[in-house]
Ligand binder design. Structure first.
Ligand SMILES: Nc1ncnc2c1ncn2[C@@H]1O[C@H](COP(=O)(O)OP(=O)(O)OP(=O)(O)O)[C@@H](O)[C@H]1O
Length: 259
């Protein structure tokens, strides 16, 4: 379980996160939505320890996040941020291998190499293995970074520990085929004792995939619960200042939003 209690975070006079409390459970695919500048990425940074809250605490299981050694945390938690570029000139294989750094000292083992290859294969990027990362398109870079975090959380058969996966707009550069492929994959991961926290902008994808939705507005939680409970006409109009209409998917019966 991940628990955040009364988190607040401020830069100058700007209160970016205002008294946010939440609980995330393994097996639950949580999607986070909200307008630009609402505080979603800032909340992710507080939940991952990249930023320290001015007030409040984050717990991973029964441990305070700030008390967990970084070497332990690196095997439990993986983060995909919005920034896709890298300051170094690395190959695709080297970028994915970064996900295995917490597991070897100087040189990757054959198992690390196999895991990295498998993860590249999973995201459809194995044939790009020797390419320079900098030469990839935005969507290709996003898939390689996804392979990196998959490699980081790769679970050996005997490993039953809870893991934590945070993705900040992981599908923003992907075509519709890969958007669905990656979200299906992430949903599958969530079912494997992984706490999954994914920021997205697409309300219909949230209606289709999320088991839990957190709607953020002005640094606060506007609503939290199932997608159908949270993504209502009233909430969307209040938060996004846009009147939505819902229709019913002809095959699945799922709510679909049109504007
Ligand atoms: N270092 C900083 N200094 C000042 N303001 C900041 C800083 N970092 C973030 N902010 C502000 O905090 C607010 C929340 O930013 P955040 O990146 O969390 O929003 P977001 O909900 O992820 O937005 P988006 O959907 O556009 O990615 C924004 O108004 C942003 O400009």
């Amino acid at each position: 379980m991940l628990k955040a209690e009364n988190l607040s975070f401020q830069i100058g006079d700007n209160l970016l996160i205002d008294n946010v409390s939440l609980t995330l459970l393994p097996g639950e695919f949580t999607m986070v939505l909200g307008p630009n500048g609402a505080g979603k990425s800032t909340l992710l940074k507080l939940l991952t320890g990249t930023e320290t809250p001015r007030q409040g605490q984050v717990w991973y299981g029964d441990q305070l996040l700030r008390s967990i050694p970084l070497s332990t945390l690196a095997r439990q938690k993986a983060v995909l941020s919005q920034l896709l570029s890298l300051p170094f000139d690395l190959s695709v294989a080297e970028v994915v291998m970064m996900g295995r750094y917490p597991y070897f000292d100087l040189n990757p083992t054959s198992l690390d190499k196999q895991i990295a290859d498998d993860c590249l294969e999973t995201v459809g990027m194995f044939s790009f293995k020797t390419r320079a990362f900098a030469s990839l398109s935005g969507g290709e870079k996003q898939k390689v970074h996804l392979a990196r975090v998959l490699a980081q959380l790769y679970r050996q058969a005997e490993d039953r520990s809870v893991k934590y996966l945070f993705l900040d707009e992981p599908i923003s550069a992907l075509d519709i085929h890969y958007q669905h492929q990656i979200l299906s994959l992430v949903r599958e991961l969530a079912s494997q004792n992984i706490i999954v926290f994914v920021i997205v902008h697409d309300i219909n994808l949230a209606l289709q995939y999320a088991q839990k939705v957190i709607l953020i507005d002005k640094g606060r939680i506007y609503g939290m619960g199932s997608a159908n409970e949270v993504l209502t006409e009233t909430a969307i109009e209040a938060v996004f200042k846009l009147r939505p209409y819902f229709i019913t998917h002809p095959e699945t019966g799922r709510r679909v939003m049109i504007c």
